[in-house]
Structures are given as C-alpha cells and as structure tokens.
Design a protein around this ligand. Structure first.
Ligand SMILES: [Zn+2]
Length: 203
C-alpha cells in the first residue's frame, strides 16, 4: 500500500534527522494536500536507530493553515515542534507526517468547516455537516511506515485514545502512551474543548 521512495539526512533545529518519503502509488486527488502533489506522499522524520522496541513516536497529520500560515485556530504547529523537540532531546524516535488536511477532508473542505464553525458549529458538527466522518485510512498508512522502519513497538505521544486504538488495530504495538499537551489560545480553546468532549481527547 505504501513504499519507500527516497531519503536523505535533514539537519534541523532539533537535531540531524533522516527524512524518508513514502508514496502510496495513488494520485494526490482533490482531498490530499495543499501543495498540489502529482502523487500522494507521506513522510517519516527519523532520528537514531529506530529498529527495535519502545521507540518514541508521534503520528501527525499535516496542517497547512497552522504549520505554514501560522493559524491559531488549532495547536498543530506547537504539537509538531514539541514532538520533534522531544525526539531530538531523546536522540531516538520517529515522527510520521501524513500529508492530509483537516483529518483527511482536504484543505478546501477544512476552510468550509471553519466557516461553519464561525457560524456556531463545533469542529465535529462542521465535518458531519459537510458529509465527512472520522478518518481510519491514516492509521493504516502510519502502521505501514512504522513497519517499513522496523519499529517493533512505540511510546506514542498523543492525547487521543482513538489514535492509540486505531494504530493498535492497524497492527502497531503501543507499549506506552505519553501525553502531548502544548497549551491553548483564545482562538483554539473551543476547537480543543470539542476534541475533548466529542472525540475523547484527554487534553
Ligand atoms: Zn491544525
């Protein structure tokens, strides 16, 4: 379903990672990404020797509005930075970066959902109003990438119990769960509250 396409060393402010690019073999499609890829591509940021047990791991979905445009409607950029910093501090770990917007609904629909949220819907109601449900395909992609990297078990950085369950059902061994709380702003508190009450997030 997903194959390793290319890799290179990638020095960052959190250490010298190895960036590994995977392709699904599928065209990018209208829902895939904000950057107009011909093929659907996903990324692993790898630090140290990750073949083995108890690898500090984050599974992160891309967020063009938060990570590139600096939106404060969500905490994706802070979560991404915090995960890379923790992996850098430990000297070993993997960040799986899935190139997909808005939990898989695409950038255009994510912005439509923002419009609905400004009209009074929460993040879950807005996605449902647009006809979208939760995304399970991303867990299979992440599991495929972790398998390719020979990661035997993960210490998962997440506040989302459904992510743990989803990865486990996709075949990932989650040996521990580490909370991944980065705080909230006045712009993101409603969104984060809805993730707690409607999606079961712990923080
Ligand atoms: Zn975001």
């Amino acid at each position: 379903m997903i194959t390793r396409y290319s890799e290179a060393r990638l020095p960052t402010s959190h250490g010298e990672f190895r960036v590994v690019v995977y392709r699904t073999g599928q065209p990018g499609g209208a829902d895939a990404t904000a950057v107009g890829l011909a093929h659907e591509e996903h990324v692993a940021m790898v630090l140290g020797d990750v073949a083995g047990e108890g690898v500090l791991t984050r599974v992160h979905s891309s967020c063009f509005t938060g990570e590139v445009l600096g939106s404060l409607r969500c905490d994706c950029r802070a979560q991404l930075d915090a995960a890379l910093a923790r992996i850098g501090a430990e000297g070993r770990g993997v960040l799986v970066y899935l190139v997909q917007e808005g939990r898989g609904i695409g950038l255009g629909n994510k912005v439509r959902a923002y419009q609905l949220q400004d009209a009074g819907h929460d993040t879950v109601e807005a996605n449902l109003a647009l006809g979208f449900d939760a995304d399970h395909r991303s867990y299979d992609l992440a599991a495929g990438i972790l398998r390719d990297l020979a990661v035997a078990s993960v210490r998962l950085m997440t506040n989302n119990p459904k992510k743990i369950a989803g990865l486990e059902s996709a075949g990932v061994v989650v040996s521990a769960h580490e909370s991944h709380w980065v705080g909230e702003t006045s712009h993101s508190e409603g969104y984060l509250a809805a993730k707690r009450t409607k999606l079961g997030h712990l923080a």
